[in-house]
Design a protein around this ligand. Sequence first.
Ligand SMILES: [Zn+2]
Length: 200
Amino acid sequence: MPDENARPPAAGQLAGEPDGFDRLWTPHRMDYIDGPARPVAGAGDTKDCPFCAVPALGDDAGLVVARGALAYVVLNKYPYNTGHVLVCPYRHVGDYADLERGELVEMAELTQTAVRVLRESYGADGVNLGMNLGAVAGAGITGHVHQHAVPRWRGDANFLPIVARTKSLPELLGQTRERLATAWPAADASGEGTSAQPLA
Ligand SMILES: [Zn+2]
């Protein structure tokens, strides 16, 4: 039985190092996170899902860069940077945890190839890879998993997105698609799998 009147330990007795951030402790939030108010993530309607619709379009119309057997690569219509691609399974599945092994492997291979192609064809200095699962995590389309690959260049950040909520993009989407699809290794484009070979 804990002693209700016991003094809490002094801060100096606890583990950790200060990092410059203040903490706003909100334990009441756990009721929402754990409880019945939690939103159902991953629900989605294939009829209204752009990631289900895109594969049926032509590569040009759909801005498709490469097609695998279980997953494909498409340009983000709302790019953070020129060359921002999304790797998606064909299957309408909202949660990364529900992907099947084949989908996981091919998404990883396509992502790896995307990194290589973005370096080769756009001279990217770096790439941000990421996935937002659920609306609270920032996903715009929660019902269909998609892996972002965003090329980065030294000095590519400027004041425009912060001050004017505007991205500066020096190339049209169709041109970007053409450039990436041309640079994409043939094995991926034919859906035969491996992207392990280096770019020629
Ligand atoms: Zn879908």
